[in-house]
Design a protein around this ligand. Structure first.
Ligand code: GLC
Length: 595
């Protein structure tokens, strides 16, 4: 008998402890339920930090790692769960860190490895993930491998793409092996006297392309991934992946693009890049990286694929038997919608559909509004559209990617030719630099109204601070009753609700001027985001246009800061048959179920 009772008690104890462990696992530290079944890159917003421009702790006018660490509380409070760090590796800064002289070190301008580890710990302590920029296509010409390769020192001789000249011109100058062009304009080949050969560079001459047909190079770069994984990073954003391979036969020319977007034969757009982009071997290398990452739990790989046919982009997801990246960046909102006149309800719907309809079964979408290579959202579409577009990308199904400063609606900064830093701008000269320079979107983060927007305690900054910093800054927006920042934070919190994480999506009203997204899930709240894409005020009867049954009224949850009407103060009830939206407005509504 006593035996039986003891077994019974043991069984009850075991049962209770299983329940206890399960409850603890399901509850996060803050007591909220976590979606343990989702990997982190599906649960979180990815926030891109451009290290030169977030925060300067040293007072030298350039942002650094300690500066970023000092803003860890800001990042947590913002509600973004993943920080992607643009390159912080040792670099001569010809392309501001995308020219790397040591893939496993830290650039002294940004700090030390100890500073990096402190940043990682600060983020992890706050429940944030950290992704590094991985730049596999090229190194700096100051990388030890290239220095040795130039001297034909083994095993580095073939670490880069070297080629014999096609011949010599009348003045005895060597002629490049083919017509391939650099993304940054001009020939992609540079002559090296020492080797009497050309080397290939898809970007600057200071960024020689690595040779991925060399097994040792592949192994070296996998070791780079392993190095950072061992340091505890949570994944990688892979730079310029489409350029990884080029045709093996270097005697072949690329065809002239037709129709051509340019008549400048030195402009990258002059050629059709059939031999230097998206070569089939690329995917096997991405697969090798995937295998490296998968030896560690919950690691992410996002790849940068720009300007390609949608079918090409989608290949980077891989498939069930050969999974590749977790996602290639979705740049369609940048590529298809270049300015405000492109922004219509129909265009938004087409752009969103284009991604979702082409995405392989079971894969995860993502939405990118901007980054360090494209103008600020407020400048491309108008400051009045900032909130609506943040609402859109944060509430659609999938992972949003936010570039630092977009949460406060920073706009492009005018940079004079004298102040221009970006090599892409510099190479086009004083007449045309503004069409190509990426400096305007890279200026220092605007923290407060003190000198240099609180970015530095020093007396200069690497790029000028935007003149509007006294009005557009974090501190002012935290104090204001309604602001871009407050809207962003509310969205970041709201998107954790079931209706957004697992809910369905519908687009009840899509017209030239209006775009709308509905998120709903049986047993949970239903939300409707309505956007006025036009530059004028719009009064709309949603019932008249809707392709689903909508209730008569809804409660306002969030509205763009430009809407100051008494009738749309959050909490107000509005009639869906007579909704008034100011230009560029986003209005997020909670649909009231009919009794
Ligand atoms: C990527 C980066 C860009 C850089 C280029 C070369 O496109 O986003 O900033 O110039 O790669 O590394």
């Amino acid at each position: 008998m006593a035996h039986k009772a003891a077994y019974g008690a043991l069984f009850v104890l075991l049962f209770l402890s299983v329940i206890f462990v399960t409850v603890i696992c399901l509850l996060g530290r803050d007591g909220t339920t976590q979606h343990e079944s989702f990997p982190f890159w599906q649960r979180t917003i990815v926030y891109q930090v451009y290290p030169r421009s977030l925060c300067d702790s040293a007072g030298d006018g350039t942002g650094d790692l300690r500066g970023i660490t000092s803003q860890a509380d800001y990042l947590r409070a913002l509600g973004v769960g993943t920080v992607w760090l643009s390159p912080v590796y040792p670099s001569p800064m010809a392309d501001f860190g995308y020219d790397i002289a040591d893939f496993v070190g830290i650039e002294p301008l940004f700090g030390t490895m100890a500073d990096f580890e402190e940043l990682r710990a600060a983020l992890h302590d706050r429940g944030l993930k950290l992704m590094m920029d991985f730049v596999p296509n090229h190194s700096s010409d100051e990388h030890e491998w290239f220095v040795k390769s130039k001297r034909k020192e083994e095993p580095y001789t073939d670490y880069y793409i070297w080629a014999e000249p096609k011949g010599f011109n009348e003045t005895g100058e060597p002629i490049p092996p083919n017509n391939w062009l650099s993304v940054f304009r001009g020939s992609a080949w540079t002559w090296v006297e020492e080797r009497q050969q050309f080397y290939y560079h898809q970007f600057l001459a200071k960024q020689p392309d690595l040779n991925y047909r060399n097994e040792r190079v592949r192994e070296e770069m996998k070791n780079v991934l392993r190095f950072w994984l061992e340091k505890g990073v949570d994944g990688f954003r892979v730079d310029a992946i489409t350029h990884l391979f080029e045709a093996e036969d270097l005697s072949l020319d690329e065809p002239v693009a037709s129709p051509s977007g340019t008549d400048d034969p030195l402009d990258y757009g002059y050629l059709n890049h059939t031999l230097t982009l998206n070569q089939p071997e690329t995917f096997s290398v991405v697969k090798e990286w995937r295998d490296v990452l998968d030896l560690y739990p919950d690691k992410a790989m996002i790849v940068e694929v720009f300007g390609e046919e949608i079918e090409e982009v989608m290949k980077y997801y891989g498939n069930d038997s050969v999974p590749l990246a977790d996602f290639p960046f979705n740049f369609l909102l940048i590529e298809h919608l270049r300015n405000r006149s492109d922004l219509t309800g129909f265009a938004l719907k087409d752009t969103i559909d284009m991604w979702l309809d082409n995405m392989p079964e079971g894969k995860w979408p993502n939405w990118v509004l901007g980054n360090h290579d494209y103008g600020r959202v407020g400048s491309r579409f108008g400051a009045d559209a900032v909130d609506a577009l943040n609402m859109l990308v944060l509430l659609l199904p999938g992972t949003p990617v936010t570039y630092n400063g977009e949460e406060i609606g920073m706009v492009n900064t005018f940079i004079s030719w004298e102040d221009t830093q970006d090599p892409q701008g510099c190479r086009y000269g004083p007449e045309h630099y503004q069409e190509f320079s990426r400096d305007p979107e890279r200026t220092p983060m605007q923290w407060d109204h003190s000198p240099f927007a609180g970015f530095t305690q020093g007396n200069s900054t690497w790029l000028p601070v935007n003149e509007n910093y006294k009005e557009v800054n974090v501190q002012a927006q935290l104090q204001a009753e309604e602001s871009h920042l407050k809207i962003y934070k509310e969205l970041a919190a709201l998107r954790k609700e079931e209706s957004f994480t697992r809910g369905h999506v519908a687009y009840p009203v899509v017209t030239f001027e209006i775009f709308s997204v509905m998120r709903y899930l049986e047993g949970y709240e239903s939300y409707l985001l309505v956007i006025n894409t036009s530059e004028g005020e719009v009064e709309v009867d949603l019932h008249h246009h809707s392709n689903v049954e909508l209730p008569p009224s809804a409660v306002v949850i969030l509205r763009s800061v430009t809407d100051t009407s008494n009738s749309t103060v959050p909490g107000s009830v509005v009639k869906l048959s007579e909704l008034i939206l100011v230009p560029g407005e986003g209005l997020l509504l909670n649909l009231i179920e009919e009794e």
